[in-house]
Write a protein that binds this ligand. Structure first.
Ligand code: ADP
Length: 253
């Protein structure tokens, strides 16, 4: 798509047509560039855990590393691969039209409570306190599995990017037509210049640090797609060193 038609010396319909063609072709170029970049990212993300697994298997074979340690790392990397493939499949389904949401009325406070319960253990391990204030009147219309995934991804980040002995709060309010859930942490925060990009696939603020923390780089892209599909909203606000708030809204039933 690298051909441009000269469109500056026609003031007539032909000039207009040439202009439209050039706009179309530059947007196709962008799509193609995004696709290429995405493929390169996917390959890199898949290759990294695979190289670790191969490296450690070899080291074990040569007897230069203890078996227990080697197997532990291989298992950790296999889990990372599994998470990555699952997230990629989810995202592909969400971005296509072939996977409709399975919507039904949902008692939102109960759904949030169920997800929070599954995080209690890892929060306790990090001495992080989770405080919930949930309005029981909130009834929304949505896909329960997908909304659980949204809360799981947001809570997972909140815990992952928050140091020990800090707190996380979940506040659900239902007012007039909308329910609003805010998940706030007291973690490392996101710099202002990165905040609009973190919902892009594989965008990470601190690359090395996030890899060490086990994320796939797709969590927020998935959140953003699910909320879009629900006709809801998703916003992040953050202050470096103070913490991050994720806010989602959904229409009440
Ligand atoms: P990851 O799997 O890397 O966490 P996400 O898509 O969930 O991928 O998030 C993208 C990036 O946004 C993260 O790598 C991290 O740098 C930043 N981020 C997300 N949530 C938070 C948070 N609560 N606090 C600080 N940084 C965050």
């Amino acid at each position: 798509f690298s051909k441009r038609i000269k469109d500056d010396d026609h003031g007539d319909e032909l000039g207009q047509l040439a202009k439209s063609f050039n706009i179309l072709s530059s947007s196709l170029e962008k799509v193609e560039e995004n696709r290429r970049e995405f493929l390169a990212n996917v390959s890199h993300e898949l290759r990294t855990p695979l190289s670790y697994m191969k490296g450690y298997a070899e080291a074990m074979e040569e007897g230069v590393i203890e078996q227990k340690k080697g197997l532990e790392i291989i298992q950790k990397e296999a889990n990372r691969l599994e998470r990555l493939v699952n997230d990629l499949l989810d995202l592909a389904q969400l971005e296509g039209d072939s996977y409709p949401l399975q919507c039904e009325p949902i008692a939102f406070a109960q759904l949030v409570t169920d997800v929070v319960e599954t995080f209690e253990l890892i929060a306790r391990q990090k001495n992080i306190q989770i405080n919930s204030q949930l309005d029981e009147d909130s009834i929304i219309y949505g896909d329960g599995d997908r909304l659980e995934q949204v809360i799981r991804n947001l809570l997972d980040n909140a815990i992952r990017y928050t140091p020990e002995h800090k707190a996380i709060s979940l506040t659900l309010t239902s007012k007039d037509e909308f329910s609003e859930l805010v998940i706030s942490d007291e973690g490392i925060g996101i710099p202002e210049e990165d905040i609009s990009a973190v919902t892009e696939r594989f965008y990470r603020v601190h690359k090395a640090r996030t890899r060490e923390k086990g994320g796939t780089g797709l969590g927020l892209a998935i959140v953003s797609q699910i909320m879009k599909k629900h006709g809801g909203t998703f916003e992040l606000s953050s202050k470096v060193g103070q913490g991050t708030s994720a806010r989602i809204t959904l229409k009440n039933i």
